[in-house]
Design a protein around this ligand. Sequence first.
Ligand code: PLP
Length: 383
Amino acid sequence: MLDRIYFDHAATAPLRDSARTAMMPYLLEEYGNASSIHGTGRAARKAVEGARRQVAGILGAKPEEVYFTCGGTESDNWALVGYMLSHQAQGRHLVTSEIEHHAVLHTCDFLRRLGFEITCLRPDSSGRISPDDLKKAMREDTTLVSIMWANNEVGTLEPVEELAEMAHAGGAAFHTDAVQAVGAVPVDFSAVQADLLSLSGHKFGGPKGTGAMLVKAGTRLEPLMHGGEQERKHRAGTENVAGIVGMAAALEDAAKHMEEEKRHVENLRNRLMGGLLERIPGTLLNGDRERRLPGNCNVSFLGLEGEAVLLRLDLEGIAASSGSACTAGSLDPSHVLTAIGRTREEAQASLRMTLGRENTEEEVDEVLRVLPLIVEDLRRMRR
Ligand SMILES: *Cc1c(COP(=O)(O)O)cnc(C)c1O
């Protein structure tokens, strides 16, 4: 009997052992403030700068292009608000997509209230943003384009390289929310030619409350946090030394084992996705069949509420998600699923299962056994 099955890695992933081991000394004996000049402080500074080089090396950036933040949300806020504020003289128009995480979309709402103009691109039915659509949306006063690397709900991988090229051709900078991509698929900051890239530690096995933004050298960016001179005067606040070290260790571990973890997770996901489509009539696949994150499975069971399925799965000790974690609890259909053309009912019938490296075939088979019974039962109750 499996006591707990965790299929919600897009919400957060368990801490990697390597991260835990790397963090322990900085939670205990090496407690220094990285800004202090004494030996205890210097040990902390050394750890932070080592982590910066590690993160830079893995993601194809220079160490001076890495800024540590408290997570994906902060990085997204900083990228959008910081860039728009520092480039207002050039223009006040930003282009993004309808399927971004709320960390981007709600920041856009804030920018609108400050008088900036936002255009949201609609994806196709697989969740893909078209570079041609971006080209048409670009204006003389467009200063920034922000399109995610991979979607957190349906897993669709966006053509970020082409989108970055299109943004630059139109004279704008390019930001990508790569929170779901980093650690899951290869991400190279310099190859994709992005100007700004957000990542979050807890999505790839680092500690919660850690993240970074990669900022291309020479990019002007207004700070959001004011205070001390940390992060080259661009992000005030005492560094989360243990968190930063843990995030870098997790990233290193993820990068080192990426090929095998990707293969493993993808095999499990295909077994799960194929099994559900085959065994449960009236199941729709949400997102692209091929161009999606290795661990993402998102389906709609027609005629049901995803929330109801979720609660029944929880009673069986199985953790999944309906809609995104941030909107769970509200009954609004997911903005991502409606943007890709799902009806309100289809969107509300969705269930997202996101797999990770520690999941097993046995767990997938258990879900494939339990889920058809739950769906059948709930459908029977509705009749
Ligand atoms: C989780 C997530 C975020 C927010 O990151 P936090 O570190 O949890 O603040 C932003 N964007 C995407 C795509 C995410 O999946």
